[in-house]
Design a protein. Sequence first.
Length: 216
Amino acid sequence: MKSGRSPSARGPRATEPAGSVRIIGGRWRNTRLPVPDRPGLRPSSDRVRETLFNWLMPKLAGARVLDAFAGSGALGLEAVSRGAAQAVLIERDVGLAGALGQVVGRLGAESQVRVEAADVLAWLANSPTGRFDVVFLDPPFAEGLWDAALRVLPRHLSDDAWIYVESPRDLAPDVPPHWLPHREGQTRDVRYALYRVPAGQGAATLRGDSHRPDSA
């Protein structure tokens, strides 16, 4: 569930009233996350998220997660609920980022979850190189940010990273050619796909590094 971090429309269901979305599994199962009434904030269905986390479940234990365009934070928080070690949630809308910080505090997850009130593209381009094992990339549909995000994302990937990409049903973003498609699915409105970066093709290899930094 991601927002545009700007007041533009973000694809189907952009005008839904305020509500909530639940964490589906793990230690925070059935916890409700607020969905403010924001133009461009588009809830992903429970079915899509359940399918995604079934795909990812063997990869989550101890993983470092990046939830770009975080919105309600449902994907990043679900990942930690299901066993990921750490998550960074990036959200440009200051109000939404503040709400995410409150949720993290309510869950007592400050040691595992960091919320960044920042523009995703600027953060990816300018922050120190990270080593994320799982990345959720679900930008606002109306802003067409897939190509720009995919250009700057690789420097933040660990070897054998997994990347989830959500887009309109009729749009398949151009991912780097060495990324391996793992699974994909569709709803009436959305295409969702999971890719794997082959071992040896992560940021450490691309930069010639031989170590894995402790923090992003």
